[in-house]
Design a protein around this ligand. Sequence first.
Ligand code: 5GP
Length: 115
Amino acid sequence: DTNIFARILRRELPARIVYEDEHALAFHDINPQAPLHLLVIPKGAYVSWDDFSARASEAEIAGFVRAVGHVAREAGLVAPGYRLLANTGGHGHQEVPHLHVHLFGGRQFGAMLVD
Ligand code: 5GP
């Protein structure tokens, strides 16, 4: 409840928001790792991809997946291509315990991201 993204959802902290609907909020990462680096989070309090995929309702899952796709399309990422990433847990190096999907774009990436 006190993590950074929960606080951004409650508008207690500022963010460069690019999209919002019933199920999701999307905003720029504060420390971009690519020319375009967006984060998309569900509005529900799910700590990770694992938690979300196990506990979220069908409507929340559909709404979130639709929102991620919409944000990528609106950002112009589809034609050039982009990378989608959800760090999960300790080995996944997840730092903020509210599910977030990273959208990276704006340059050619390598075959895989390993560290
Ligand atoms: P993780 O490592 O959990 O997958 O990613 C967390 C991401 O949140 C990092 O890319 C980091 O730059 C970003 N981040 C951390 N604090 C803030 C913040 O206060 N605002 C925004 N917009 N992004 C943040």
